[in-house]
Design a protein around this ligand. Structure first.
Ligand code: AMP
Ligand code: MG
Length: 322
């Protein structure tokens, strides 16, 4: 069995995977009572819950120490204090058990778990809190075809949520409010295949200040921001000639985004894939799942040889397992 530890940002998670099957996926999320994520507070949270989450995941999976072949850990990219807290814990466990560590890039884990639901060579729309990228595999790497030039879409949505009094994470609450909203035109910003959200955020704050309803703003924000992502994803499909779209990241939980992607895919004869909700937001199972693929491809490190990299990009990782 491979254990996976997710620790890049707000979530500390432990997953257990054996032969591509997820046996447990336990997590706990640091939720600030006001304002955004404070990295050191996130790290404190991870240190506090780590052992409990580990114990719960192993007991759910019916797994004992001797079943563990290796420990995968999301060592990049993310918030440095959170990465350090999780890596320390992973190293301690690996040393105690005498097993190796498998470093996993967090973004690539979102992509790999996305492909576990049936796609073979997809374009990936990765829409999460801090990351927003349109990615496809080409010549040995996951290449970034389009990405946000400023905020990740989830952080953009959550920032607006906080502005109107909705605590983190605002995305799911705003999705509910959007159901009763009507359309207001907002800045639509797509440059080539890159997107940007800061202009839309400023405009939404101004409109709210002038009395616009949160419901209308939430609805219009989704219509504009998601259309930008779908436009870029469609261009990546057209450019690469690929016929599959996979969704990943927490914002992909949004049913309107899923619906827009489905409509686009149907219109151009492509297939859409979306993993279950528990695998869309940050989780340990996707780290374990990817870790197992890497481990089988020969990635296996001594604990002392693994470091974190807060800024490692998706296209910096050489994909030796495909
Ligand atoms: P991740 O960083 O991948 O764990 O995803 C967390 C982000 O997903 C947060 O910014 C949430 O607000 C966002 N999110 C979760 N569910 C939804 C939803 N239904 N609609 C929009 N955003 C969502
Ligand atoms: Mg994520």
């Amino acid at each position: 069995m491979i254990i996976g530890i997710e620790t890049t940002a707000h979530t500390f998670g432990v997953g257990v995977v054996s032969k591509g099957k997820v046996l447990a996926n336990v997590k706990d999320m640091y939720k600030p009572t006001s304002g955004g994520i404070i990295p050191n507070m996130g790290a404190n949270h991870h240190r506090m819950v780590a052992q409990q989450i580990w114990d719960d995941a192993l007991s759910k999976a019916g797994c004992c120490d001797k079943d563990i072949e290796a420990i995968a850990v999301s060592n990049a990219p993310g918030l440095a204090p959170c990465l350090i807290a999780g890596l320390e814990f992973a190293k301690r466990q690996a040393t105690r058990l005498g097993v190796s560590l498998v470093p996993v890039n967090h973004c690539i884990a979102h992509l790999e778990i996305g492909q576990s639901v049936g796609a073979t060579d997809p374009v990936l729309l990765y829409a999460s809190g801090a990351n927003t990228q349109i990615i496809a595999y080409a010549s040995g790497r996951y290449r970034v075809f389009g990405e946000t030039l400023d905020n990740g879409i989830g952080n953009f949505i959550d920032t607006f949520g906080r502005y109107v009094g909705i605590p983190f994470p605002g995305g799911p609450v705003l999705e509910g409010k959007a159901k009763n909203g009507s359309f207001i035109e907002l800045p639509y910003s797509i440059k080539g295949m890159d997107v940007s959200f800061s202009g839309m955020l400023t405009k939404m704050k101004q409109l709210y200040y002038k009395g616009a309803k949160v419901e209308d703003l939430a609805y219009s924000m989704q219509e504009h921001a998601f259309a930008m992502l779908v436009e870029s994803a469609e261009r990546a499909l057209a450019h690469t000639g690929k016929k599959e779209l996979v969704l990943g990241g927490g914002v992909a939980c949004n049913s309107r985004l899923q619906e827009m992607c489905r409509i686009m895919c149907e219109a151009r004869g492509a297939k859409m894939f979306c993993p279950a909700r528990e695998f869309l937001t940050d989780n340990g199972a996707m780290i374990a799942y990817t870790g197992e693929i890497l481990f089988n491809a020969g990635v296996s490190k001594k604990p002392e040889d693994v470091d974190f990299d807060a800024r490692e990009r998706t296209d910096m990782v050489e994909v030796i397992w495909k």
